[in-house]
Write a protein that binds this ligand. Structure first.
Ligand SMILES: C[S@@+](CC[C@H](N)C(=O)[O-])C[C@H]1O[C@@H](n2cnc3c(N)ncnc32)[C@H](O)[C@@H]1O
Length: 272
């Protein structure tokens, strides 16, 4: 029998789900990004990437660029660079500054040694063959170039995992319901160094830890609801579970003043 985790993992890399549902437009990604507004300390991720690319002088390829948060910032802060946004979803590229192209990270339409920097930010957990994709990213990177990858820790936002399991349990009438879909676990911060070390000699990790305190359940619920593309893999009625989670979160905020979420993520700077 296929386990719930195996089914969830298969759905997290399903290109049709990714391009036509999860990232058909920027809505769900924006809901997940917006929660960081309440994080302390604040990290300016695009600013950190700009800083890390200080020695990069020509072409930057943002693979799986999503809604273009990093592409936009690079266009603004480094107009001297040629920045190319690339994603598997046509829809999500609509508002990303040009040039952009629709392509799969697993088969990049670029020559060997053609990019000075490659970004693979919060996207390597979505490819089915992570090792082969990292080799592909390394192939297009020129000698002396840098790959910047990012992901979340296995312990990231555990309070949301617990909230989901409790809400799912309430919906199903059992003490604890099935775990929510984890996007990053296939390429978590704990695993990323090992994967990237197979293709890159020098891997430097910048760990980003923080705490989000939310006093209104709406952004937290929008975050949980942004997993709608994977509703069929949840093993529990999705919308009912989101509604129950909203009630539990509202009670926590009323009694404790806020709902607290601990975050742990990181950037990995990789050189051949
Ligand atoms: C979590 S979002 C991250 C977006 C952006 N890099 C960021 O950090 O804000 C993952 C993005 O990777 C894209 N993606 C997933 N699999 C891909 C693949 N095989 N090739 C190219 N893009 C892919 C998705 O469509 C989505 O836009």
């Amino acid at each position: 029998m296929t386990s719930n985790t195996a089914r969830q993992d298969a759905a997290v890399v399903d290109k049709s789900v990714l391009a036509n549902s999860a990232y058909a437009d920027g809505r769900h990604l924006a809901a997940r990004q917006s929660i960081y507004r309440w994080q302390q300390p604040q990290y300016d991720l695009p600013g950190i990437v700009v800083e890390e690319l200080a020695r990069t002088s020509r072409t930057v390829l943002d693979v799986g660029c999503g809604n273009g948060k990093f592409v936009s910032r690079l266009h603004k802060d480094r107009p001297d660079l040629q920045v190319i946004g690339m994603d598997i979803s046509t829809g999500i590229l609509a508002d990303v500054p040009k040039p952009v192209l629709v392509a799969d990270a697993q088969a990049l339409p670029f020559a060997d040694d053609s990019a000075d920097a490659v970004l693979a930010l919060h996207m390597l957990y979505h490819v089915s063959d992570i090792e082969a994709t990292i080799k592909e990213l390394a192939r297009v990177l020129r000698p002396g170039g840098v790959l910047i990858a990012s992901t979340n820790s296995d312990t990231d936002k555990q309070e949301l995992d617990r909230l989901w399991a409790r809400a799912a349990g309430d919906v199903l009438g059992i003490p604890e319901g099935p775990a929510r879909v984890s996007l990053s676990s296939r390429f978590s911060l704990e695993k990323a160094h090992g994967y990237l070390g197979t293709a890159f000699k020098d891997v430097r990790v910048r760990v980003l830890a923080g705490t989000i305190r939310i006093t209104d359940p709406a952004p937290l619920i929008a975050h949980l609801a942004s997993y709608e593309a994977w509703a069929d893999q949840c093993g529990v009625p999705f919308h009912e579970t989101v509604s129950r989670a909203a009630e539990i979160a509202a009670t926590t905020i009323a009694t404790e003043g806020s709902f607290m979420i601990t975050c742990l993520g990181g950037l990995l700077m990789c050189r051949p």
